[in-house]
Design a protein around this ligand. Structure first.
Ligand SMILES: Nc1ncnc2c1ncn2[C@@H]1O[C@H](COP(=O)(O)OP(=O)(O)OP(=O)(O)O)[C@@H](O)[C@H]1O
Length: 624
């Protein structure tokens, strides 16, 4: 469960100021116009009271001219009071949009570029992020809420001063407003605590719902007859968090009602005091009208301040969560840019002290007693892994499901750090290289590839951002991935939008998507480590073989030129057998290594798995 963020007394307001200042600076004309509108709307209330009092007094005194002027003022102020909020909404709709976009962009940049995968798997961080994603549209109201708070406070000060002129005792009326204010805050705190408490259940229920509605899983769910079970689990979660929410809403509503009752009582007493003064001849009819309007104004002002305070409190929570994410991003970014103590060699370092990622390899990559456990996990997924990936070699990693192959790949890409042991690149500890730099020197295609719904050129080109619009580079990558024919068949070639989110987008088969993901990995022209983690699982055996042969040729060129290493993970032994070195992982440990011939001769796990698969093919061929 996420730690309850402490809004702090001034933190929310400080965040709201920062956002408001940023938005107003971007659009000063709208900002100043909107601010004037908000203040005139707020002040129209007490001024209307004064105008009404003047109208009653002048009419009672028979002063027609003054009465007409007072009447006109009443009409104008009433119109201002009734209509200003529409104009304010119009202006602040645009400004709010800007605030949301700016905040969302900041969040996306932090999560995408600065926060590590380890951090993203931290449940506290995940809770903060998912609540913030839900709340981010709340930023829309922050700018307006802050300015309105100032305007309503000014309005209250004017109202209190006018009430004091009528009867000093009435100046105490707003004190009664503290009751509903604090009751409201109490209710809000309960609601927020509940929201955090039910977040995990809500996230799981939502995940079940989305799972049941996605086209891919939907088919499997239907075939397996799983929908009833999914519904049951989802309902259980919804009922559970629903009960918790119900309890907290009831408690919050009771607290708010009690607060409003206290204020209602004070309001009644205030009116009684003024009416009694009028009856005793110490006040005029105008004063009674003024008191009724102003006391009502206090009631409206209190409700407004209450709801604005809640908005500001909510803004404070958004701000607190945003700041925790930004703090985490800053910590991760600094850690990514700084070498771990005792790992640097002191040569080839950049300004931060981190070593440069090598542009070519002489020796290769060595893993020494590498251990790894996922954050929050209860067992080591990799156990004392020792292996060497010689420079200029093509290495295959094999093993049964769950053996730890993808985990090892993630460590080699610098997405996670080993929890024990070290990875040496040409003798240099990978911990001494800024992970970002190392990732720039590597290229990878994964089994869980991303389906980027962009025009083809960008789907592929983003694999090497500086060359995203380089047609020749994109075509070369497509050709390396065996996807050039596919794209040439599209009506608009590289400009064809891909994916169902485009009205005229082309949807692709799993294998076709995978080919584009592979092409993306091929965009980096000179990686020192190229990793293909089952990137061909959705391709047919023939396509995989052809692709791998092409890839092997490219890898050999890269090996000769830069000592580059190509590492691939595959369950297809016909492909695996072509590698120079084969490493067999079992339950997180290396159990065999060598060439295809060595491993067959050794008659161990590799030979057994190879034989099993070969027998399968032979049986299929005989049956066919
Ligand atoms: N993000 C994660 N958090 C916790 N455990 C994980 C995570 N990813 C993988 N694991 C666990 O690590 C173990 C190894 O998984 P990994 O994906 O590395 O295996 P693999 O050999 O690549 O399997 P496959 O051939 O099925 O792709 C599994 O037991 C898996 O449950």
């Amino acid at each position: 469960m996420a730690i309850q963020p402490k809004p702090g007394r001034f933190r929310g307001v400080r965040d709201a100021f920062a956002t408001t200042w940023m938005v107003l600076r971007e659009d000063p004309a709208r900002g100043v116009g909107g601010t004037l509108m908000i203040f005139s709307g707020a002040l129209s209330g007490p001024l209307l009271g004064l105008a009404l009092a003047a109208l009653v007094t002048t009419t009672a005194d028979g002063r027609t001219g003054a009465g007409v002027i007072a009447g006109c003022c009443v009409a104008v102020l009433a119109v201002v009071q009734l209509t200003m909020s529409h104009f304010v909404s119009m202006v602040f709709g645009v400004l709010g949009e800007r605030a949301v976009v700016a905040t969302a962009n900041r969040l996306t940049r932090a999560v995408q570029d600065r926060v590590t995968l380890t951090r993203q798997e931290d449940p506290d961080f995940a809770d903060d992020l998912s609540l913030l994603q839900k709340d981010i549209f709340g930023v829309h109201f922050v700018v307006r809420a802050l300015l309105e708070t100032f305007a309503v406070v000014t309005q209250m000060l004017v109202t209190i001063a006018l009430l004091g002129r009528l009867q000093p005792l009435l100046m105490l009326l707003p004190l009664a407003a503290l009751a509903p204010y604090y009751a409201g805050r109490y209710g809000q705190r309960i609601a927020e605590r509940t929201r955090t408490a039910v977040e995990a259940d809500q996230r799981r229920a939502h995940a079940l719902l989305t799972l049941a509605q996605k086209p891919g899983p939907m088919m499997e769910i239907r075939l397996a007859g799983l929908s009833g079970e999914l519904e049951r689990r989802q309902e259980e979660l919804i009922l559970r968090y629903g009960r918790t929410q119900q309890r907290s809403e009831t408690l919050a509503a009771l607290a708010r009602t009690a607060g409003q009752l206290v204020f209602g009582l004070a309001y009644g007493i205030a009116l009684f005091v003024v009416v009694r003064s009028a009856v005793e001849g110490r006040a005029g009819a105008g004063d009674v009208v003024l008191a009724i309007v102003l006391a009502r104004q206090v009631a409206t002002g209190v409700t407004q301040i209450l709801s604005l305070a809640l908005d500001m409190q909510r803004a404070g929570l958004i701000g607190a969560r945003m700041r925790r994410i930004m703090d985490a991003a800053a910590v991760d970014e600094a850690a990514e840019a700084t070498p771990k103590p005792g790992t640097g060699t002191g040569t080839g370092t950049d300004v931060s002290g981190a070593s440069q990622a090598p542009g070519l390899l002489a020796e290769g990559i060595r893993l020494e007693r590498v251990r790894f456990r996922y954050p929050g996990g209860d067992r080591d997924i990799l156990r004392d892994v020792d292996m060497t990936l010689p420079a200029g070699s093509v290495v295959a990693l094999v093993g049964e499901n769950g053996a730890g192959k993808s985990t090892l790949v993630k460590l080699l890409c610098g997405l996670y750090e080993p929890t024990g042991g070290r990875i040496l690149v040409d003798g240099l500890d990978l911990g001494a290289v800024a992970p970002k730099r190392w990732r720039e020197a590597t290229s990878a295609a994964f089994q869980d590839f991303v389906r980027l719904e962009f025009p083809v050129r960008q789907v592929v080109g983003v694999g090497d951002l500086p060359h995203v619009d380089d047609t020749a580079a994109v075509r070369a990558a497509l050709s390396d991935a065996g996807a050039l024919d596919l794209v040439e068949g599209f009506p608009n070639g590289l400009a064809t939008p891909i994916g169902t989110s485009f009205a005229d987008g082309r949807d692709l088969s799993g294998g076709q998507w995978q080919k584009l993901a592979l092409a993306r990995a091929m965009m980096r022209s000179e990686p020192v480590l190229l990793i293909l983690d089952e990137p061909t699982a959705a391709l047919d055996a023939q396509a995989e073989h052809a692709l791998f042969e092409r890839h092997l040729a490219r890898a050999r060129e890269a090996a000769a030129a830069r000592g580059a290493i190509a590492l691939f993970v595959s369950h297809r032994f016909s492909t695996v057998s072509m590698a120079d070195h084969i490493i067999v992982l079992d339950d997180g440990a290396v159990i065999e290594r060598g060439s295809h011939a060595d491993l067959l001769a050794a008659g161990g796990t590799y030979a057994r798995l190879f034989e099993l698969q070969a027998r399968g093919y032979r049986t299929e061929a005989a049956a066919g």
